[in-house]
Write a protein that binds this ligand. Structure first.
Ligand code: NI
Length: 248
């Protein structure tokens, strides 16, 4: 079930049987020569949509811009400051909470977001923890889960791509987007075949070290058939993990 494709009355009915929602969260940033700028937002969105359609779990709109300042050397990247992202997440949660949602599961597609998501959780929880007057609000539970951390997924991706999986613009994430958007598949020669590894500093330094945007990967291996296998495995894992989260 998708919030954007539902009416307010349908959300009213959903809240009578569940107080839980999945919110995909990602980034808009360069993903190498053949990866889509939306990769980190599209991966959790595609997986969550699959899980929501299969299970009836409500999936919110995707929070699709995150912490990507180190990718700003590449055209099309859009970034938030951490303070902006925390403020925006605070208001998303406050809005959902106002309607009665108590279990908000942030399903993340971008490693660079995790510190800021956890800081946003601390800001949101502080409101209740520091309130000396007590509160009549219902209990609120927040969860952060990166899609690749779902049970068995890292092993599956390593088995699928024993060489050149890397850490940015990986064949697994590119495969997920190619499954979701077959018309957006790109055929690009990689040179070198496997990108260099190294540390990440600011945007200019990133562009110098990783001139085509990849880190340690060969995403030319990606294809939609692999993406389908990854999405189906993640969707199953997501339904299980969300169920455990809501059950507490
Ligand atoms: Ni990515």
């Amino acid at each position: 079930m998708q919030l954007h494709q539902s009416t307010w009355a349908e959300i009213d009915d959903y809240l009578k049987q569940s107080k839980g929602i999945i919110v995909p969260i990602g980034s808009t940033e360069q993903h190498g020569p053949n990866g889509l700028l939306g990769t980190d937002a599209l991966c959790p969105e595609i997986i969550a949509k699959h899980a929501g359609d299969a299970s009836g779990i409500l999936v919110g709109p995707t929070f699709n811009v995150g912490i990507a300042q180190h990718h700003m050397g590449f055209s099309g990247t859009i970034t938030l400051r951490p303070s902006t992202m925390i403020a925006a997440m605070y208001d998303w949660v406050a809005s959902l909470r106002k309607h009665g949602f108590e279990h908000i599961y942030w399903f993340n597609g971008h490693g660079g977001n995790t510190a800021t998501i956890n800081a946003a959780f601390a800001e949101i929880y502080a409101e209740g923890s520091l309130d000396t007057q007590g509160t009549n609000s219902p209990p609120l539970k927040l969860q952060l889960r990166n899609w690749w951390e779902l049970s068995g997924i890292i092993k599956l991706c390593e088995k699928m791509y024993p060489e050149g999986h890397g850490s940015h613009a990986t064949p697994s994430e590119v495969a997920v987007t190619y499954y979701g958007y077959p018309d957006a598949v790109k055929d690009v020669e990689m040179s070198p075949k496997i990108a260099p590894n190294g540390p990440i500093h600011d945007a200019a330094d990133y562009r110098r070290r990783f001139p085509d945007g990849r880190i340690g990967s060969n995403p030319a291996q990606a294809n939609g058939e692999d993406g389908k296998i990854i999405v189906e495995a993640c969707s199953k894992g997501l339904i299980e993990d969300f169920g455990k989260f809501v059950a507490g």
